[in-house]
Ligand binder design. Structure first.
Ligand SMILES: NC(=O)c1ccc[n+]([C@@H]2O[C@H](COP(=O)([O-])OP(=O)(O)OC[C@H]3O[C@@H](n4cnc5c(N)ncnc54)[C@H](O)[C@@H]3O)[C@@H](O)[C@H]2O)c1
Length: 459
């Protein structure tokens, strides 16, 4: 019989790896194993070259790896040996059949459920860590509990709220931890087991328990609200560009209203990441599934506004550069969807670079962490039009324009005077994150196009 202090996480990705490293660090008396079908990923987790970049992640992993944290490809053994099983596999948007483009693709999820059942010979607690449609726990329960083995499973929901780039900080000091369970005797007992794990470092007031359907819906809602704030301020940025208002000033004025708050009010080229778009589309699907078409349309507009913002950025580039960028070298500063991560999933840079290539530009991409992922995303097809380099100075050399697409700190500190000397003239900067000092750049001689404020031109 497996000890109650054995934890397994299925899925060693951006969530599974860091989350389990933190749980292992804070609970030295538990044995935590993370398994994945991807052997390369597991090998990387067992090396000093982790498969994902997160500030301070390596330090945490090194403290516990080999002591009470283990990475393995043996999913079957992992299931057999563990009492508590977190499932953190990917749940992308379905791209085929009914619900294509909106619903969550639950194939990895269901396979995992069947594998858990196949490899279990005693009762276990299963925890949804992945973000899932409401009532997925019910489907999982059906698969697991209709068995002839005489064993039973409690399925709980414990969605993850970490943000990439600040995962360790977020895990160490979460705003709250959400644990949803059935209100049955065994559901409550299972919930207590999970509360015990988190309470070794999270205060009791921050551990919110609720019914499992509320927990599932809360995660989708939280992501939808965050993305909605970005789309809201981005919609205002378009008005600012027409009226000479300044979106950063408007955001400051609006954000100091304590009822609204300042976070997530930064206008930009658009939001990215693996979660926002997929989770909103999931909410849209769910709404329409229940016949709530107005609710679905409302949330879908958040995604449409984001796509509009990306498109507008490229159109502004074209307009500023005399309606042609064919043959022009454009340096892309940042390909990751946000700073401090190498993750490029749904990054606005993908659409922007592809559109620039359609306009026959020569694109050179620089990024401190995301170059390998960018190469995989863009593939070989347009090889002669795209190049990559880690040094931003080299990327800008001989370029007609720089486009800032990720808010990496290093881009704020570059010697733009020296860069200008190496660029084609007139030289353009398109600041898709509003992180640079636009007036200073203009004084140096650049033509500057920020988001949500007038362009500064020398002609
Ligand atoms: N990335 C984030 O910032 C974030 C934040 C909160 C929640 N989430 C949610 O967490 C979930 C995981 O996201 P992620 O970014 O870690 O995904 P990911 O793609 O980085 O990792 C998922 C891992 O699961 C593995 N996997 C798939 N099927 C498997 C199986 N049957 N057995 C073993 N391993 C299997 C894959 O090989 C992959 O390594 C998603 O539902 C996502 O929406 C993500």
């Amino acid at each position: 019989m497996s000890s109650k202090k054995t934890i397994l996480c299925i899925g060693a990705g951006y969530v599974g790896g860091p989350t389990m490293a933190m749980i292992a660090l804070k609970n030295p008396d538990y044995k935590v194993t993370v398994v994945d079908i991807n052997a390369d990923r597991i090998n990387a987790w067992n090396s000093d070259n982790l498969p994902i970049y997160e500030p301070n992640l390596l330090d945490v992993v090194k403290k516990v790896r080999g002591k009470n944290l283990f990475f393995s490809t043996d999913v079957t053994l992992g299931i057999k040996d563990s009492y508590i099983i977190f499932v953190s596999v990917n749940t992308p948007t379905k791209n085929f059949g009914h619900g294509a483009g909106y619903a969550a693709d639950l194939q990895f999820w269901e396979k995992t459920a069947r594998q858990i059942l196949h490899s279990s010979d005693e009762n276990k607690i299963i925890i949804e860590k992945s973000t899932l449609p409401v009532r997925t726990a019910e489907a999982m329960e059906s698969i697991l509990n209709f068995n002839e083995k005489g064993i039973s499973f409690d399925v709980l929901s414990n969605p993850e709220f970490l943000a990439e780039g600040t995962a360790i900080k977020d895990l160490e000091n979460p705003d709250r931890v959400l644990i949803g369970s059935r209100e049955t005797e065994s559901g409550r007992r299972a919930r207590e087991e999970i509360v015990k794990i988190y309470s070794s470092w999270v205060s009791e007031e921050q551990i919110l328990t609720s019914n499992v359907w509320s927990t599932e819906l809360s995660k989708l809602t939280a992501n939808a609200f965050l993305a909605q704030r970005i789309s809201s301020i981005n919609s205002i940025s378009a008005i600012c560009e027409k009226t000479e208002a300044d979106v950063d000033e408007v955001a400051r004025a609006v954000g100091t209203d304590s009822r609204i708050g300042a976070k997530f009010l930064k206008a930009s080229v658009g939001f990215g990441g693996s979660c926002f778009k997929k989770d909103i589309l999931n909410l849209v699907y769910l709404s329409r599934h229940y016949g709530l078409s107005e609710v679905g349309d409302y949330w879908e507009s958040v995604v449409k506004m984001n796509e509009y913002q990306e498109k507008r950025f490229v159109l502004n580039m074209l307009k500023e550069m005399f309606n042609t960028i064919s043959g022009k070298r454009i340096a892309i500063f940042g390909f990751a969807f946000k700073a401090d991560t190498g993750d490029i999933r749904e990054s606005p840079a993908i659409y922007i670079v592809k559109t620039l290539l359609e306009e026959m530009a020569n694109v050179v991409i620089t990024d401190p962490q995301a170059i390998n992922n960018a190469k995989i995303e863009l593939g070989e097809t347009l090889d002669d039009k795209v190049s990559y380099c880690t040094d931003p100075y080299e990327a800008a050399n001989n370029a007609h324009a720089i486009a800032i697409l990720t808010e990496w700190d290093i881009y704020k500190k570059l010697d733009y005077k020296a860069i200008l000397q190496t660029m084609q003239k007139p030289a353009f900067i398109f600041d898709g994150r509003n992180i640079l000092n636009h007036k200073e750049l203009f004084k140096l001689g650049y033509n500057v196009t920020p988001i949500g404020k007038p362009s500064l031109r020398h002609f």
